[in-house]
Design a protein around this ligand. Structure first.
Ligand SMILES: NC(=O)c1ccc[n+]([C@@H]2O[C@H](COP(=O)([O-])OP(=O)(O)OC[C@H]3O[C@@H](n4cnc5c(N)ncnc54)[C@H](O)[C@@H]3O)[C@@H](O)[C@H]2O)c1
Length: 265
């Protein structure tokens, strides 16, 4: 797990998982580019990396706009010259509503960030890695890339799509020195889960969290750091011949076929 001299580009780097990845990559010697639409949190992650002795830059960009994606790729090359690792991670949860009521504009927004944003990242980073004849990419997928769930049609569809893109793109570049995989977390201790808990039970989000945990065999959400560890593994030489696949981080939930599993602890 030595990334000395490597460059790690992280979208959604101002968020909880992206920030943990930025800190982790930097602690292993990588120069980090934090991309986010949120100035304060994006700059905050870069500042945190620097405060810990690392090297980081923040670039404000909307991953769903190709002009912005071109700009963050160019900014990375201007600053550091290469892109060795790309964590294609920015995503939004959207609103909780059943498919029959789901707002069309919200559907477009969630697909635009979560799916088109991941495509645009691949579309503009891959040519750089192809020139280098090297590079590793990890896309942020989800347990909802495999299983459905009520009230999240756009999110579930977008994350199924992210896994499809991972497989398709990995096949396109497998002989060209580039590996592309996905992480599929179940619930993670992040702002996004707090938002989903509050949307599902506005009067008692903590009870919602407890109910979700009760359905996870280990009884626990993952931590952002655990997801970041998996991302670093998939970007490292330790994962050598692994490409076009995904790593579940879900406390065993998928082992139960996605069905809730009463926590007996
Ligand atoms: N938290 C979970 O339980 C969980 C589970 C499975 C998958 N994921 C996925 O992990 C990724 C990171 O999520 P997180 O939990 O850290 O959430 P988060 O909300 O803390 O972080 C997401 C970040 O993406 C940024 N972002 C949103 N829209 C953007 C845009 N258009 N352009 C650029 N940046 C944008 C946000 O500003 C935020 O900083 C997401 O793709 C999410 O779907 C999260």
């Amino acid at each position: 797990m030595d990334f000395t001299g490597k460059v790690a580009l992280i979208t959604g780097g101002g968020g909880d998982i992206g920030r943990a990845a930025a800190i982790n990559f930097a602690s292993k010697g990588a120069k980090v580019i934090v991309v986010d639409i949120d100035d304060e949190n994006g700059q905050g992650s870069a500042d945190l990396v620097r405060a810990n002795g690392g090297t980081a830059l923040f670039v404000r960009a909307d991953v769903s706009r190709s002009e912005d994606v071109r700009r963050y790729v160019q900014a990375t090359l201007d600053a550091y010259g290469t892109i060795d690792c790309f964590f294609n991670n920015a995503g939004i949860e959207g609103e909780i509503a059943p498919t029959q009521d789901y707002d069309e504009a919200m559907f477009d927004h969630v697909i635009g960030v979560n799916l088109k944003g991941v495509f645009l990242g691949l579309r503009h980073v891959l040519p750089v890695m192809l020139r280098q004849e090297a590079g590793t990419i990890v896309n942020s997928a989800s347990i909802t890339s495999i299983f459905g769930g009520s009230g999240m049609p756009a999110y579930v569809a977008s994350k199924h799509g992210v896994l499809g893109l991972t497989k398709a793109a990995a096949a396109d570049v497998a002989r060209l020195g580039i590996r592309i995989n996905a992480v599929c977390p179940g619930p993670v201790e992040t702002r996004m889960m707090r938002s989903l808990e509050a949307q599902r039970n506005p009067t008692d989000p903590q009870a919602m969290g407890a109910a979700i945990r009760a359905g996870i065999p280990t009884g626990a959400y993952s931590t952002p750091e655990e997801v970041a560890n998996a991302v670093l593994y998939l970007c490292s030489t330790l994962s050598g011949n692994i490409t076009g696949t995904h790593l579940m981080l879900d406390g065993g939930r998928s082992a139960t076929g996605g069905a809730p599993s009463p926590n007996r602890r």
